[in-house]
Structures are given as C-alpha cells and as structure tokens.
Design a protein around this ligand. Structure first.
Ligand code: ZN
Ligand code: ZN
Length: 282
C-alpha cells in the first residue's frame, strides 16, 4: 500500500481519462492521494480541486496559492480559500505555498509576503502546510523558523507549539541539501521525494534520501510532472509513485512494501491526525 502525497490530477491533462488514472492507481496499490489545487485563486481552480476530493474516497485535497501566483493573492482570494477549506472536511492541508526563485512569475518580495500570510492562515485553521521551495532554500527555512518555530514564552505555549510543530507540514518535491532537510525536520516537517529521486544525475539527492530517517519521509509524483525512471518522458500519474518508493527502498536496503507501509503511516500522522481541518479553540 502506497500514498501519493502530492499530485495534480484535477487539471485538463487528465480530463480525457481521469477515471482510468484513478483506477490504475488503485490497482497499483496506491490507496490514497493528496491532490493539490493550483492556479489563479479567482478562477475556480481551487473549487475544482475540492470537488475532485469530495467525489473520491481515495483523494484528499490541499488548497493554497503557489508562489508563481503570489501576485494574484489578495483579500478576496484569502476569503474565498478560507471558506472553501472550512466547508470541506476533505481539505486536509494548506498549499502548495512557498518560494520559487527559479522562475520570476511573481516578484520575490511579494512571494515572501504571501508565503508568510498563508502560513498564518494555515496555523489559524490548524492545517498542515505543503511547502514548495526552489532555489530559495535559505529564505524558505528562515521564514518557516520565524513563523512556525517554538517561541518558548511559557510552558503552556510551548506545549501548544509542540503540538503544532508535530504536524507542521511537508517540504514537497524535495531538491535541497541534507542540511536544509535536517533543519526542516527539526521544525517538525516531513520530506517528500518525487520522481526526480530516480534520475541518474540526482546523486546528491539520493545520498540525502539515504541519510534521512524513513519515519520522516513521504513519496509523491507531483504528476503530471517528473515522471520517474523507467517511464521518464511520458505523462506522470499517481500509480507511478510506486517506482519512486521502490527506488527509495533500494537506497535504504529495505523492501518496497516497507517503504509503502512507513510512508503511509507518516502521511496519516501528518495529515489525518485528530483535529485536522478543525479550528482550534480560541
Ligand atoms: Zn511544487
Ligand atoms: Zn505540485
């Protein structure tokens, strides 16, 4: 049994054969998928993502404005997404949010501001966050530390912080350094590997995966992108998460089933813990 902790199957890439894609995932042993909505928050893109999660027992939803679209985030978008998260118990995470300095679709200062704003929204809704970070690792960790790190003000707030950080979120499609991964784990995050882990040139990433504890790892497809070896070049889909799990298992010297079992338990601990999606008492 496997979980695809990050996929995008609500989009037009799957309009022709979505039912088959979901069936193939089930047949491959992928019991659960987290479908992450992206796009213009004023366009209905997130309503579409939530509708898919409402329709299928095996699919949960995440909503949040991607750093590419940070410039589109405003008060109306905030209200719309918060209402959507509150309306559906199938929304179990806020994201993907973060920083992407590889592309300049939104100015970096706007990305940082919108990232902070959405971390606060997620915290107010008691939702774990899905973090996207590309070529922005230092800023990402600094902001996560400032917004989510322990304050240490009083024993009571420390206990609350411990509870919050125990299910802080995930760094998805991880491509950073071992040092970044370890800092994120210290902040309560999980690290999710996508199909790029299987690429021949990804030797640094493979060394990082070998070092990190399996109890803090997830696997994902990020489909339709990043199709793992040996299917590279084709459209990706959730069934392919098994290839990444197999690769990770080989790195760790354990059976693929063991990686499936542990990463599934990690997913449940992070996203499906009691209180997920509920507003904490004031
Ligand atoms: Zn991403
Ligand atoms: Zn994604």
């Amino acid at each position: 049994m496997f979980v695809d902790s990050h996929c995008h199957i609500d989009g037009p890439e799957y309009d022709a054969d979505r039912a088959e894609v979901i069936a193939r995932a089930r047949d491959a042993g992928v019991t659960t998928m987290l479908n992450v909505g992206t796009g213009d928050p004023h366009s209905g893109a997130f309503e579409r993502a939530v509708a898919l999660a409402e329709k299928h027992e095996s699919i949960y939803g995440a909503i949040g404005v991607h750093p590419h679209d940070a410039k589109l985030f405003d008060d109306a978008a905030e209200d719309r997404l918060i209402n959507l998260a509150k309306q559906s118990a199938r929304v179990i995470a806020w994201g993907e949010i973060g920083l992407d300095y590889h592309y300049d679709h939104s100015p970096h200062d706007v990305q940082r501001e919108v990232f902070r704003r959405q971390l606060r929204i997620a915290r107010s809704l008691n939702l774990p966050v899905v973090i996207h970070s590309r070529e922005a690792d230092d800023d990402t960790i600094a902001i996560l530390r400032e917004e989510m790190g322990s304050t240490g003000v009083s024993p009571v707030s420390q206990a609350q912080d411990a509870r919050a950080t125990s299910r802080a979120g995930v760094l998805h499609c991880f491509g950073g350094s071992l040092n970044m991964a370890q800092q994120a784990i210290d902040l309560g995050f999980y690290i999710s590997f996508a199909g790029n882990l299987t690429f021949k040139k990804a030797t640094d990433l493979q060394a990082t995966a070998r070092t990190l504890p399996l109890e803090r790892l997830l696997v994902e497809t990020d489909c339709p992108y990043l199709t793992p070896v040996p299917f590279r070049g084709k459209r990706n889909e959730p069934a392919r998460v098994v290839e990444t799990a197999k690769y990770l298992a080989a790195l760790k010297g354990v059976a693929a089933e063991e990686v499936g079992r542990i990463t599934s338990a990690n997913f449940a601990r992070l996203f499906l813990a009691d209180g997920a999606g509920e507003t904490p008492p004031a």
